[in-house]
Design a protein around this ligand. Sequence first.
Ligand code: AMP
Length: 249
Amino acid sequence: MKVLVAVKRVIDYNVKVRVKSDGSDVDLANTKMALNPFCEIAVEEAIRLKEQGVASEVVVVSVGDKACQEQIRTALALGADRGIQIESEGAVDSLSVAKLLKAVVAEEQPELVILGKQSIDSDNNQTGQMLAALTAMPQATFASELKVADGKATVTREVDGGLQTLELTLPAVVTTDLRLNEPRYASLPNIMKAKRKPLDVKSVAELGVELKNNMKTLKVEPPAERQGGIMVSSVTELVEKLQNEAKAI
Ligand code: AMP
């Protein structure tokens, strides 16, 4: 069984995000970038399926400029077999990514496609759903457990108020939630080995997809600065400040 995993290069979650002075976007100059954490969980799950003998090949795909090869190599170091970069410059919206992934699905014919539930930069939470709709594959989002056997995927999902279990007929799309697994670290020998694993570069035109810019960022602004806190010396003073200064009570 072939598993396709979509991975995105995003700003590292430890980095304090800066906004460009003209408010046009987030400033990514000299910023540490990383594999989107939910994509890392997707890669880990695919590798575990391979280790269990359920998957025979794990292919990772990323849409982005040359820099995203770094994240593809990270996924290869974690254990994926080969990578595909779909070359694109600048921001590509979710629908365009989903269309490109659909073209890769048509070429690769995976039985399972795993995506993160969400990119931590754009917070869209929609690419997996769009891919499932475009390919007419069944989908299970926010997976916290995944079992694959006999042409079916059994997925436990975290929903409001509890857990829901779905059975999907393969091929299917699954998106990962935080508790699905704890990704491993890549070992140094595996990082070295990943440099020699195959990585194909494809153009958008080659995949027969025409990209439309459906979305425009109008403005990006940082959250309002929080006022510094103060220490009060007694409960009486606290109540007085809440009443007269904060007017909270
Ligand atoms: P989003 O819908 O943007 O929150 O992203 C959800 C998931 O879609 C991500 O975790 C990735 O698995 C996939 N995805 C989004 N953008 C890309 C991209 N540029 N390249 C590859 N996969 C992507």
